[in-house]
Design a protein around this ligand. Structure first.
Ligand code: ATP
Ligand code: MG
Length: 256
């Protein structure tokens, strides 16, 4: 059975997609079978995995509306050696169109059930909003990975996300839990980064992942080549950190 994780934070630009794509590729390097679900109409995870979002025959949009199954819509990231359920701007319409559907928050969960046995990990890259799309991700998942930048405003908004996760846990998905907070774009030379990082550890204890992802320009350059950073420059500090994070996740699921 696959373990399913949402990479979520309603703040924009905090490193959700970079984490999703590089964790997927990092896990693939550790011989894990991975499906990356792009649940964001921006399609950044799709592009970052090397798939052209403009040329899709079918996508997660059709899957959520019941017009295609996962088997038809999924594609292969040759560079990353994982599968992708791709997305593009069409997905923005799904939010409205799903309103009329029954059990609309469970569409993704139901669709993923068909391929569950084929993967060790399913990673869901969520959009920067607590929307119906994110709700579908949270209903489908066993746990949430929350990427955070160690900056002054990092904790602002975290309580909204935590409350949403609690509500989903209580009403829709009793499996759901916060797996951990992942410190990303970390700059060890900044005192503020160090302070916020220490505060996170103090408040959240073992809910903070041991691995810290540094700010690393190679991770930012990789998407323009359609290659995950961990493959683009495996020796870079950013790549090494995401591979270490993959190993931490493999260890973590053994205790779940
Ligand atoms: P959105 O909310 O729009 O979906 P996001 O949370 O998915 O954004 P990313 O797209 O992963 O965030 O990252 C935002 C920007 O920061 C991107 O330009 C990305 O390349 C860059 N970035 C992410 N992580 C790192 C890192 N560790 N080092 C350097 N740059 C990074
Ligand atoms: Mg993103």
């Amino acid at each position: 059975m696959a373990k399913i994780f949402c990479v979520a934070n309603q703040k924009g630009g905090v490193g959700k997609t970079t984490t999703s794509v590089n964790l997927a590729a990092g896990l693939a390097k550790l011989d894990q079978r991975v499906l990356l679900v792009d649940l964001d109409p921006q399609g950044n995870a799709t592009m970052g995995a090397g798939i052209n979002k403009a040329g899709l025959k079918s996508s997660i949009y059709e899957v959520l509306l019941g017009e295609a199954d996962v088997n038809t819509a999924r594609m292969r990231s040759e560079a990353g050696r994982f599968d992708v359920l791709p997305s593009n701007r069409e997905l923005a319409g799904a939010e409205v169109e799903m309103v009329q559907l029954e059990q609309r928050e469970r569409r993704l969960k139901d669709a993923l059930a068909a391929v569950d046995s084929e993967y060790d990990f399913v990673l869901i890259d969520c959009p920067p909003a607590l929307s119906m799309l994110t709700l579908n991700g949270l209903c489908a998942a066993h746990g949430v990975i929350i990427p955070m930048q160690c900056e002054y405003y990092a904790l602002e908004g975290l309580s909204d996300l935590v409350n949403t996760i609690k509500k989903v846990h209580a009403n829709l998905n009793t499996d759901l839990k916060i797996i951990g907070l992942l410190r990303v774009m970390f700059d060890p030379r900044m005192t503020l980064s160090q302070q916020v990082s220490a505060q996170l550890e103090e408040h959240f204890g073992d809910k903070v992942f041991k691995t810290i992802i540094p700010r690393n320009v190679r991770l930012a350059e990789a998407p323009s080549y359609g290659i995950p950073g961990v493959v683009f420059d495996p020796a870079s500090k950013g790549a090494q950190a995401y591979i270490a994070f993959g190993a931490e996740m493999v260890k973590r699921i053994k205790t779940m």
